[in-house]
Design a protein around this ligand. Sequence first.
Ligand SMILES: CC(C)(COP(=O)(O)OP(=O)(O)OC[C@H]1O[C@@H](n2cnc3c(N)ncnc32)[C@H](O)[C@@H]1OP(=O)(O)O)[C@@H](O)C(=O)NCCC(=O)NCCS
Length: 211
Amino acid sequence: MARSSECTEQYAQKVFDSAGIVRDAILRQLSLPNCAVVSLDVLIRPETPDDYAAIREVNLAAFGSLLEAALVERLRDDGLVIASLVAVDDAGQVVGHILFSPVMTMATEGDQMQVASLAPMSVLPSRQRRGIGSMLVEHGIELCRRAHYHAIVLVGHPSYYPRFGFTHALVVGLKNPFAADEAFMGLELVRGALSEIEGRVVYPEAFYQLS
Ligand SMILES: CC(C)(COP(=O)(O)OP(=O)(O)OC[C@H]1O[C@@H](n2cnc3c(N)ncnc32)[C@H](O)[C@@H]1OP(=O)(O)O)[C@@H](O)C(=O)NCCC(=O)NCCS
């Protein structure tokens, strides 16, 4: 995997050649600290307003419903985005998306901490099982780390997220509002950030339109 520091002019030229995208714009994106080329033909970068419609389509195609797209849009409108990343192929098409937003842990003794929530994430069905989802998760975790978040929580497939270090064991002391058991998982970016809390996680209003 090539990282941002290894983003090359050749890659920009390749995108330009194949998609007719202005080369300087690509070079500007590649120079962003949170941009990464993840394979020869997929780039992970932050969303821009030009991506909004495509993000909606990717979520719709992956989930078969508009609920997750609506969640993305509501979190965006509410200013609750830590990172919203797209995977873009060498034709300039958005093929994957992931969003991280802030939620609160409330300890029973009263302490509160803002942690990151991973939700939703989606990859176009025709592009799944090629590592795009993994790259979105890994890149997003790194951005949360750089933003000084101590932990990330999610409700997701119990057989998918453990490969990135998420476990249910880390959040057994935390109640979640979705009544998720094994599907509720956490990842500590600072040791003890989750495992030492007894309490609950409070999600913003946007998440309740999902249920
Ligand atoms: C989950 C998802 C984002 C993964 O994207 P991806 O690009 O295919 O992921 P990767 O290529 O990095 O990883 C593929 C792995 O994910 C696994 N996977 C995909 N969907 C899964 C699911 N529903 N449950 C468990 N594992 C799943 C595949 O079996 C594959 O496992 P393998 O590597 O052991 O063969 C994609 O399948 C998707 O968009 N699914 C529909 C929407 C969704 O469920 N989003 C997540 C909500 S928690």
